[in-house]
Design a protein around this ligand. Structure first.
Ligand SMILES: Nc1ncnc2c1ncn2[C@@H]1O[C@H](COP(=O)(O)OP(=O)(O)OP(=O)(O)O)[C@@H](O)[C@H]1O
Ligand SMILES: [Mg+2]
Length: 258
């Protein structure tokens, strides 16, 4: 579904990514992990279109999207969450989720805080679809009419996930979805990401620091260290790889076996 081929990205003299290739298979969860400074965020920005690499290409469902801007990638079925919560206060959970549709339905980009006018027909169809397909799956029924800012952190992150799903993306990019979460919240988020995959066969590219989450839910893992891929394979293969253990021990992280 997504091919990121042989990416090279430098900021001045700093090589952030060298020869990075990641293929995300349809209906699978592919994770990119690595210690601090490994290049995870840089890669995420290359995939979503915020950074233009000097070398390499990004192909989505057979189409080379390397030259497309972020909103054009979104329009083609690439959806993302943000590492920091990007929800609109003063709006309910349901309204925040509905904003996910504006990315594609009306405007090119999510316009800050604006409730762009959808036709009544579009609006009620959207409500129905969200209630039927998303609210139930992500167990948000009980809070759908609450203002988002009243919710605990873990639930807010789940609302973000819901919003990213509104357009039924071909690929869902998750940027450190469990950063800052406690153990219970991490478990919940893992369960919901797995639920999305099972129910919708959504392709997921997960960029994550947290080993326990990645090892628990991924089908395929790519490990970066200092901007280079050092290993890839199933979670078990990667966990047992001496280079991976060394890279994590050398950094400020927990060892890969944790
Ligand atoms: N905008 C930028 N300008 C200059 N250098 C950058 C920029 N973004 C990243 N870098 C450098 O590129 C390298 C990779 O950084 P990146 O943020 O992608 O790593 P990361 O794996 O996301 O790290 P972390 O786990 O700390 O979030 C680092 O050496 C970093 O200093
Ligand atoms: Mg980062």
């Amino acid at each position: 579904m997504l091919q990121v081929d042989d990416i090279q990205l430098a900021f001045g003299g700093v090589k952030a990514l060298t020869g990075v290739t990641v293929h995300a298979e349809k209906g699978r969860i592919t994770a990119v992990i690595g210690p601090n400074g490994a290049g995870k965020t840089s890669l995420f920005n290359v995939v979503s279109g915020f950074y233009r690499p000097q070398v390499g290409r990004v192909v989505l469902d057979g189409e080379d999207i390397s030259d497309l801007k972020p909103h054009a990638r979104a329009y083609r079925g690439m959806s993302r969450t943000f590492q920091n919560i990007a929800l609109f206060h003063g709006m309910t959970v349901l309204d925040n989720i509905k904003l996910g549709a504006h990315t594609n339905l009306k405007s090119g980009i999510l316009t800050a805080g604006l409730r762009l006018p959808l036709t009544r027909n579009e609006e009620s169809m959207l409500d129905r679809e969200i209630r039927r397909d998303i609210i139930g799956l992500l167990e948000l029924d009980h809070v759908q009419h609450h203002p988002v800012e009243d919710l605990p952190y873990g639930l807010q992150k789940r609302v973000e996930l819901a919003r990213a799903l509104v357009m039924k993306p071909k690929i869902l990019l998750l940027d450190e979805p469990v950063a800052g979460m406690n153990r219970e919240e991490k478990r919940e988020m893992s369960r919901f990401v797995l639920g999305v995959k099972k129910n919708w066969n959504t392709t997921v590219l997960l960029i994550e620091h947290d080993m326990s989450m990645v090892m628990g839910i991924s089908d395929h893992v790519v490990v970066l260290s200092f901007g280079k891929p050092i290993a890839s394979g199933t979670p078990d293969e990667v966990r047992a790889n001496p280079d991976v253990i060394k890279a994590y021990l050398g950094g400020a992280d927990e060892p890969a076996a944790a």
